[in-house]
Design a protein around this ligand. Structure first.
Ligand code: PMP
Length: 409
């Protein structure tokens, strides 16, 4: 008998499973709307010109392939802290006071995982509340660290908008020190974010209930087209900390999407502390979490990101590249809406498509319609009706709109 004879088959990953079906489909009109990565209008992956520039500079200047320190290279960490905290006075103050510990993780996922291990070790309340719905991996990451997860109301399926009253009510009934996870911008999968006024309300409840905010920012830049402008909500958290409303927050961010460095695994985690002494202790414990897991983070991608953020010419090009991606995604968003409502006179109300933000649109298509689209039209999306706008091109948007219209009549 094999040693692994009793290992049960794990359920397939939903998105990867979808991709296999898509690959096997021979319909020349097939469309993949499951992809969580940017595609050009020709449907191809894109290496951003700024990243090409950084690669060239790196090829000329790189002197070694040595290990990075456990928590990442200091020059990378400095650049990322400047990007995230130097644009508002409160963030600047937190940095100046040595209150922010930042470390490179293995992209957004790995950074969340390190934070989650830290929370499991040092937060006496091992509970977390997450938006309903959320990125499925959030639940798995926290649970793998032994944290018990539950949901707070978020998306309102009647209005296709935010259920702010439900959200506030659910946060109000959470115990002190419960970890509360928030998507800082471009909520995945719904594309629905709180307004700045609603964020003030949310931060007030976090303060009153003494919750521990865990902030995830995987799509910085995709809301407005400008990575700096998209820091407005983070600035609110910085203000709340410096005004003593909340003592801490934890942040995970990723350069997978906004630098197109998906496979390079570049991202960071940050923890805001009471003072620099506490920060030093927290830093030492983060190193203890990372060391037995993977010793140190990968370096190629973080060297590229360091150049992008630190070299003025490359940085300017990066801002243009992000703008270009977001402009194309928004063009596809509007084009799909226009085709559905004007060209095909769809009886369905599609206005929510226009107000949602980011790489995805949460269409409101039900599981049955999603199946019909796949089986009859070769249009592939996750069963919750989320579509990646990156999969839409000027060449396939008409076929897509026609197909969606047909299955929703
Ligand atoms: N958070 C959210 C909400 C995401 O959608 C993603 C990417 N799909 C991530 C985090 C992390 O991605 P990565 O590990 O590739 O940086």
């Amino acid at each position: 008998l094999s040693a692994w004879a009793n290992v049960p088959q794990a359920p397939p990953d939903k998105i990867l499973g979808l991709n296999i079906l898509y690959q096997l489909d021979t319909n020349p009109n097939k469309i993949d709307l499951g992809v969580g990565a940017y595609r050009t209008d020709k449907g191809e992956p894109w290496i951003m010109p700024s990243i090409r520039m950084a690669e060239e500079i790196l090829a000329k200047t790189e002197t070694d392939k040595e290990y990075a320190p456990i928590l990442g290279s200091p020059s990378f960490i400095d650049e990322v802290q400047r990007l995230l905290f130097n644009h508002d006075t409160s963030g600047y103050q937190l940095l100046a006071d040595g209150r922010v510990v930042t470390a490179q993780g293995i992209s957004g996922t790995g950074s969340l995982r390190v934070l989650s291990e830290f929370l499991a070790k040092f937060n006496p309340v091992c509970n977390a509340i997450l938006p309903n719905p959320t990125w499925a991996n959030h639940i798995a990451i926290l649970q793998e660290s032994g944290i018990v997860t539950s949901k707070y109301r978020y998306y309102d399926y009647k209005t296709n908008g935010l259920d702010i009253d439900g959200l506030i009510e659910d946060l109000q009934s959470a115990d002190p020190r419960t970890v509360a996870l928030f998507h800082l911008c471009c909520h995945n999968p719904t594309g629905v974010d709180a307004t700045l006024e609603q964020w003030d309300q949310i931060i007030r409840v976090i303060s009153e209930r003494k919750l521990i905010p865990l902030l995830d920012m995987a799509y910085q830049g995709f809301e407005s087209g400008d990575p700096i402008r998209d820091l407005r909500v983070l600035s609110k958290f910085n203000d709340a900390v410096t005004r003593g409303m909340i003592p801490t927050y934890l942040l995970a961010q990723s350069f997978a999407k906004n630098m197109g460095l998906y496979g390079e695994r570049v991202g960071t985690l940050s923890i805001v502390c009471a003072d620099s002494k506490e920060a030093e202790k927290v830093r030492s414990q983060l190193a203890r979490v990372v060391r037995p897991m993977y010793s140190s983070p990968p370096t190629h991608g973080s060297k590229l990101a360091t150049i992008v953020l630190g070299n003025t010419k490359v940085y300017r090009q990066w801002l243009k590249d992000v703008k270009k991606m977001v402009t194309r995604l928004n063009t596809m968003r509007t084009l799909l809406y226009d085709k559905l409502t004007i060209e095909y006179s769809s009886p369905v109300q599609w206005d929510h498509l226009l107000s949602q933000k980011g790489m995805f649109a949460y269409t409101g298509l039900n599981a049955e319609q999603v199946t019909k689209l796949r089986e009859r039209k070769s249009v592939y999306m996750t069963s919750d009706g989320r579509i990646s706008l990156a999969g839409i091109t000027s060449g396939n948007v008409d076929y897509l709109a026609k197909s969606i219209d047909e299955v929703t009549r």
